[in-house]
Design a protein around this ligand. Structure first.
Ligand SMILES: NC(=O)c1ccc[n+]([C@@H]2O[C@H](COP(=O)([O-])OP(=O)(O)OC[C@H]3O[C@@H](n4cnc5c(N)ncnc54)[C@H](O)[C@@H]3O)[C@@H](O)[C@H]2O)c1
Length: 322
């Protein structure tokens, strides 16, 4: 199996790479090459890997990747929600034109790979029912959500045409995101867990009764790998799937943190309303049914404490540092 990951040096891309190298196989086949593409340069973690530093949206770059004739493509490269909202041009250039450039290059290369595309629950827009069903309409209320919805439609159409075999997976918010805060409007959902666990203050910019759905980075990688091996016939023509996750209020997130790490850690969370973040987050979906994905075998954590434990195990060597 020749595997291509775009956005390979991002948060999820790095974790996916580590997991694929550990497994040595994907979609039922042994991995013979792992091509890591990103606009930022990174190191090849194994002799199996080759690094391709390029901007997907620049003419001719996607063709170089398609010429590698990948059997499986994980398309992760993208501009995250807050940044796509702040920089309209950049969001459309990368999230739409970059995606279309990749898909068209794969069309010309004619080897019809499995393409796993990372979409987002931001394709949905308010007003929402209490639990969002799988067939809820796509009416995004951010540029990022619109860019993901456009790409989902193209993915489904290219699949229908037999150009490639696509599966779009709509991630819930991936939490706890390791490292530094990023340009995603959802960044604080991770910050209020990650920073206090590291003994640092965290800002909570939205009300505590906000409901949101989360899955761990570990689950995100599981989703991607599971999607790579799915039988397209079983999935049928609706190729974009809402992933399962844990739907909780911010207060429930904080209660789970208290149960695991105690009051002193929780006291590091400071409520500080931010109108810009609230304007984005208030239109975000809350809870999902995700029945199709669960029936197809996608699995996430059962509760928010499990999500915090996954972070402690994967990022903090299993130890609380306080
Ligand atoms: N993390 C989440 O909560 C979440 C939720 C929903 C969807 N997603 C989607 O999953 C994907 C991966 O997310 P992540 O959290 O790892 O994001 P990330 O920002 O950590 O990684 C994205 C990577 O894409 C790269 N990139 C940006 N522009 C590029 C370009 N023009 N050409 C090539 N590479 C480019 C960046 O350098 C970065 O390394 C993204 O498409 C994101 O929109 C993430």
């Amino acid at each position: 199996m020749r595997v291509l990951i775009t956005g390979a040096f991002g948060m999820i891309g790095r974790k996916l790479t580590t997991r694929l190298l550990k497994d040595g196989a994907v979609a039922g086949g042994k991995i013979s090459a792992l091509h890591l593409q990103d606009v930022v340069a990174g190191d090849a973690p194994s002799v199996l890997c080759s690094v391709h530093a390029s901007d997907l949206a620049v003419s001719g770059e996607a063709e170089k990747l398609a010429a590698l004739k990948p059997d499986v493509v994980f398309h992760l490269a993208g501009i995250v929600s807050g940044t796509a909202e702040a920089d309209f041009d950049l969001g459309y250039r990368v999230n739409v034109h970059g995606t279309l450039a990749l898909f068209d290059a794969l069309r010309r290369a004619k080897n019809s790979p499995r393409v796993v595309y990372t979409s987002s629950i931001a394709v949905f827009g308010a007003p929402f029912p209490a639990i969002i069903p799988d067939d809820f309409h796509l009416t995004p209320l951010t540029s990022y959500g619109a860019q993901k919805a456009i790409s989902e439609a193209i993915l489904a159409d290219y699949t229908r045409k037999g150009i490639f075999d696509g599966i779009g997976i709509r991630f819930p918010t991936i939490c706890v995101r390791p490292g530094k805060p990023n340009g995603a409007a959802s960044s604080f959902f991770s910050g209020i867990i990650r920073e206090p666990l590291a003994g640092q203050e965290a800002i909570l910019p939205v009300p505590r009764d906000v409901v949101h759905t989360h899955a761990s980075p570990r689950s995100a990688v599981n989703f991607l790998i599971h999607a790579a091996g799915l039988d397209g016939e079983v999935v049928g023509p609706r190729r974009n799937l809402t992933m399962p996750g844990v739907g909780v209020t911010v207060q429930e997130q904080i209660d789970a943190l208290r149960a695991i790490a105690g009051n002193n850690v929780v006291s590091l969370i400071k409520d500080q309303p931010d109108d810009t973040i609230w304007a984005i987050v208030k239109n975000w979906p809350t809870r999902f049914d995700a029945k199709r994905a669960r029936d197809l075998g996608f699995m996430a954590e059962r509760n928010f404490e499990d999500i915090i434990r996954a972070h402690i195990e994967d990022e903090l060597d299993g130890r609380l540092h306080h």
